[in-house]
Design a protein around this ligand. Structure first.
Ligand code: ADP
Length: 262
């Protein structure tokens, strides 16, 4: 294992059982971190931690529902009992509304319980993770929150999801404001939908073609691309960045398609 930007650091990643969180946990570990791989799905957390250990890294699987304050306190206490502190928190656990790709997307038929659960996991969960990490984060630590491009533009499929991710941008600025004097930075990443095999399967060919047409670059973002940005925001290289939301979307939001004027 090469010496890395996170040698000796304790990094806690939520939603580490799949997708972006899994890739970020692997990246932190590959660069020397002791990783707490937290997920509500015990099997997902365990698989991520086992994969890290198989590559020579150090990881602890933590099963926890981030929306439950007691579970959050216990998970952080378990990590701290072994590793002593949390140098970096990547709060990434999230849920989508069910039926997001074409069904149940009308506000007037939206189940309020779905709205509430989305807010509980995506917003309250992030708040609880930060709340209970701050007392065990040394000065100079870093927090990264996973927001989304759905926080920044309207679309016809995300009601609760976009609103929850937009609220995280405000919360990012709050945390940056409150903890800046301790040298603790807080930034958000706003990725476009990452076209994992699962996401591809859930979309129609027309929806996939639309996504491709919207991008300026010929390539879509992978979870590893997002992990690159999260790692950058978590280490010394970004020491002057705080309170920011960085869009990572291969140039989708940077332009507005227009017809040439004849
Ligand atoms: P993405 O593609 O954006 O990474 P995923 O759905 O693959 O999204 O990953 C989200 C992760 O968050 C999943 O592993 C999921 O189990 C986890 N997760 C969802 N709800 C909770 C929760 N309440 N507490 C902790 N982890 C959660």
């Amino acid at each position: 294992m090469v010496s890395g930007r996170f040698d000796g650091k304790v990094v806690l990643v939520t939603g580490a059982g799949s997708g972006i969180g899994e890739a970020c946990a692997a990246r932190f570990a590959a660069e020397g971190a002791f990783v707490g791989a937290l997920d509500v799905r015990a099997a997902g957390a365990r698989a991520t931690a086992a994969a890290i250990r198989a590559h020579g890294g150090t990881a602890m699987a933590l099963t926890c529902d981030v929306s439950d304050e007691k579970q959050v306190q216990e998970a952080i206490a378990t990590l701290v009992a072994s590793f002593g502190r949390v140098d970096v928190l990547h709060s990434n656990a999230a849920v989508f509304e069910p039926g997001v790709y074409g069904r149940d997307r009308e506000l007037e038929t939206l189940d309020v319980a779905v709205w509430d659960r989305t807010m509980e996991v995506n917003l309250r969960g992030a708040m609880l993770m930060v709340k209970h990490s701050m007392p065990v984060m040394p000065d100079g630590g870093a927090v990264v929150l996973t927001s989304s491009v759905s926080a920044l533009v309207g679309d016809s499929v995300h009601a609760a999801y976009g609103a929850s991710k937009a609220a995280l941008i405000g919360f990012t600025r709050y945390v940056a404001t409150m903890y800046g004097s301790r040298g603790i930075r807080c930034n958000a990443v706003a990725p476009a939908l990452v076209l994992t095999p699962n996401a591809r399967r859930a979309m129609t060919p027309a929806q996939l073609a639309d996504k491709e047409a919207e991008r300026l670059l010929p390539w879509a973002c992978s979870v590893e691309d997002v992990a690159n940005l999260v790692a950058f925001l978590s280490c010394e290289e970004s020491r002057c960045l705080t309170g920011q939301t960085l869009v990572i979307d291969s140039g989708t939001l940077a332009h507005r398609p227009q017809h040439a004027v004849e």
